[in-house]
Design a protein around this ligand. Sequence first.
Ligand SMILES: C[S@@+](CC[C@H](N)C(=O)[O-])C[C@H]1O[C@@H](n2cnc3c(N)ncnc32)[C@H](O)[C@@H]1O
Length: 329
Amino acid sequence: MTASRARACVPAADAVARPILKWAGGKRQLLPELRRFYPARFDRYIEPFLGSAAVFLDLHNLGLLRGRRAMLADSNADIIGCYRAVRDAAAELVAALAALEVSHRRRGTAFYYEVRDRRFNPARRAHGPDGPGDRRSAAALAAMLVYLNRTGYNGLYRLNARGDFNVPAGRYAAPRICDEANIRLVSAALHRRGVSLVLGGFEGVLARGRPGDFVYIDPPYAPVSPTSRFTAYTAGGFGADDQVRLRDAVVDLAVRGCQVLLSNSTAPEIRRLYVEHAPARAAGLWAFEVLARRAINSRAAGRGPVMEYLITNVTPRPAPGARGPAETV
Ligand SMILES: C[S@@+](CC[C@H](N)C(=O)[O-])C[C@H]1O[C@@H](n2cnc3c(N)ncnc32)[C@H](O)[C@@H]1O
């Protein structure tokens, strides 16, 4: 890595850590609504469906995680491997990403497919879910994920039946690939004492919730219609059975005295699982309808505003400009 390549990174002007990855279901658009539900007091922070880490970074930026432990988890090994490299090897990652950016500017789509098929997928297969043991290779793999995410079609993450990443190239004139300043801010957020990154399914993580913890839960959404299913986050998807197991775990957390906030679609399935489920109500869980804008959808028509559920046992602050209490369903 040469100094001139490193200079290909354009530092961001502000000091707010933003998600490095674009992620389907990413919560940046919903943050103003979610903030009303951040509890005034809590012990640890737990986020079992981390994705782009938008909510963790928001809490960090607001100073709400100071002096608190945070357990961040996802079942996607590429994501957790990427964040571990951001945390432990930011300089190497930035160098590798800057080099990818230089080559992309020169060779565009042909380079995207070369990285995807001749470097990224073979390296993933060779290392398996635990990722590479050494820092340099871990940083190289993470840089490739960020590069493919920022230049691939719609920022999608999709695997084929063999488990290979198979998203086609996107059509961006000048995609922002290496934002060194932001990578360093996210690295610092992840590097704080008491922050842990866990690779694993939600059940093991939620079982560790203790009274007073704040748990933000953002699973793959239940489809609002049979054609809208989007469950390609992992090779296995997230089906109706998973939504039921998650509901049971959420009720259990509320009963145990955790402060829970869950987002999901307003699919009839979710209404049945939470709104019409007596044990959920008895555990103090309420559903609020909020307006969200979907950032990633393969069809432009699917990117407009939609209603979503926030299901929680936290009493929300009123919406700005609202005269009465928040609307529940
Ligand atoms: C809706 S996304 C989370 C988006 C995130 N809140 C954000 O702002 O970007 C759902 C995440 O759940 C993860 N996931 C899917 N199935 C899972 C499971 N069984 N256990 C844990 N994580 C899972 C996916 O890898 C994906 O990152």
